[in-house]
Design a protein around this ligand. Structure first.
Ligand code: NAD
Length: 489
């Protein structure tokens, strides 16, 4: 069993923990305490070469393992992850900072992806038509594509990698994961438990690092597909470079999610959901609520209730009871957020909750921050802040709220709080976003549905999860066969 120490991490290649070829290590911090809890190798292209060779060799065997046998390993993995849920959640809180309840929720979401992937025998079934012409039939078979690379962000160290490797592996591919260098510790347990579940060596490999590893994945001819989750600029780069190198690429990127609150919304429910969606996980969620557009008739009441609820938020180390708001991931992110707060003030927004005040100093904390009277020409409206900063805009009606949301370059999620069915339908038909919530704040789809951002929130065709992931990680072979019929008379 792993413990959290400041030891140097090793890559996992061909079933062994191996030291990276690099001489460069980065410190890993507990963002709630600034304590160094590990040292992560900034691995090199040679490390990727080694991992790819191992994954390529393992693929030749793994692709031929019967699908129900592969699925059985996923079932074992599900059991082991469930048994170790608490330990996994603690690791997430320690390296990422989100509170323990949120971390447990994240572990559960990851497990659900493993459960979905364990359905590989059904998911991999092709289709057939017995008669496409006289004595002619056609059958469509699915096959894995080879070595797949996964590049993950810091904000969901378990859930996001679990969008990728369980399904890719269950479908017969082999995998190289590059976790975020800021949250590398949990990955070790993901590897150890998958190995314990019976996964053969070389099928799942981990190479820690940053740009060089990403470039190594993007350039290696033996890596056939890439799943990326992270910020917009990096996602754009990965999508362009991966495509140029003729790979399949799916890149899930940034967000600026709008929540619309109408006059007929249930006020208490709405405020509870908005606070949780805006400030939960310190706003470091691609499904976080970043902007609320509130209808004028309910705006004053809404703002009063929002301010009151925000004042009751407990900030601190997510391991402690009752703490809701943990730190942002690094000092650099804290400074960037403070810069956005300054910018919001300079550009004329009305600061009604100031996260610069009363934030504990022992970690990278920013308190919950609310700006009122935000406009679409302000930087705090345009850019993804990825921190506990919420912008409020007052609107005349639903139409205006939808028009504002649709001006954003991002289109990941959007939410509506109302009790009117026609408003719900108008919202659904007119908003530009891939994941919608009705009377709830974080509409992240479950494993069996696609995670589907639009516009600058996603580059590619097939999204993560659901049937899209089966298509993304497989290729098809269609057999058309004529049977020269003897006479059976
Ligand atoms: P990031 O883009 O900084 O990093 C993501 C990955 O790319 C990391 O593994 C990192 O090492 C690598 N990387 C960073 N800079 C690079 C560069 N210049 N060249 C090559 N590789 C590089 O993102 P992050 O800060 O870890 O995560 C936060 C971002 O992820 C936010 O924008 C958030 O919206 C997004 N996100 C999106 C989704 C989604 O489903 N759309 C889900 C989670 C997070």
């Amino acid at each position: 069993m792993s413990t959290v120490t400041a030891e140097k991490l090793k890559n996992y290649i061909n079933g062994e923990w191996v030291e990276s070829n690099t001489t460069v290590y980065e410190e890993v911090y507990n963002p709630a305490t600034k304590e160094v809890i590990g040292r992560v190798p900034i691995s090199t292209k040679e490390d990727i070469e080694q991992a790819t060779n191992a994954a390529r060799a393992a693929f030749e065997k793994w692709k031929n393992v019967a699908v129900p046998r592969r699925a059985r390993i996923l079932f074992n993995y599900q059991q082991l992850l469930t048994k170790n849920k608490e330990e996994l959640a603690r690791l997430i809180t320690i390296e990422n900072g989100k509170n323990l309840t949120e971390a447990l929720g994240e572990v559960q979401r990851g497990i659900e992806n493993v459960e979905f992937a364990a359905g590989a025998p059904t998911l991999m079934m092709g289709d057939s038509l017995a008669s496409i012409a006289t004595d002619v039939e056609a059958t469509n078979y699915r096959y894995p594509i080879g070595v797949v690379g996964g590049i993950a962000p810091f904000n969901f160290p378990m859930m996001v990698p679990c969008w990728m490797f369980p399904m890719a592996i269950a479908l017969g591919n082999t995998f190289i994961l590059k976790p975020s260098e800021r949250t590398p510790l949990l990955t070790r347990r993901l590897v150890e438990l998958f190995t314990e579940a019976g996964l053969p060596k070389g099928v799942f490999n981990v190479v820690y690092g940053a740009h060089d590893v990403v470039n190594g994945i993007l350039e290696h001819p033996e890596i056939k597909a890439i799943s990326f989750v992270g910020s917009k600029p990096v996602g754009e780069y990965v999508y362009k470079k991966g495509s140029e190198n003729l790979k399949r690429v799916q890149a899930l990127t940034g967000a600026k999610n709008h929540t619309i609150v109408l006059n007929d919304a249930n006020l208490e429910e709405t405020v509870t959901n908005v606070v949780s969606a805006a400030f939960g996980s310190a706003g470091e969620r691609c499904m976080a609520c970043a902007v609320v557009t509130v209808e004028e008739g309910i705006a004053e009441e809404f703002m009063a209730a929002l301010e009151e609820k925000t004042r009751s938020i407990k900030i601190g180390n997510g391991l402690e009871d009752g703490v809701f708001l943990g730190p942002v991931i690094r000092e650099e992110n804290r400074q960037k957020t403070l810069g956005y707060i300054e910018r919001g003030i300079d550009e004329g927004a009305n600061l009604i909750a100031d996260g610069r005040k009363n934030a504990p100093e022992e970690g990278y904390f920013v308190g919950p921050t609310i700006f009122d009277n935000v406009t679409t020409d302000m930087t705090i409206w345009k850019e993804e802040i990825f921190a506990p900063v919420l912008s409020i805009m007052r609107v005349k009606n639903l139409k205006e709220a939808v028009e504002i949301a649709n001006q954003s370059e991002f289109a990941n999620g959007a939410c509506l709080f109302t009790s009117n069915a026609s408003s719900i339908r108008y919202f659904r038909e007119n908003i530009d976003a891939g994941m919608l919530g009705i009377n709830l704040g974080v509409p992240a789809p479950m494993a069996f549905f696609p995670f589907s951002g639009w516009k600058s929130s996603f580059y590619g065709t097939l999204h993560a999860n659901g049937k899209d992931s089966v298509d993304f990680y497989t290729r098809k072979k269609v057999v058309t066969a004529r049977y020269i019929s003897p006479s059976f008379d």
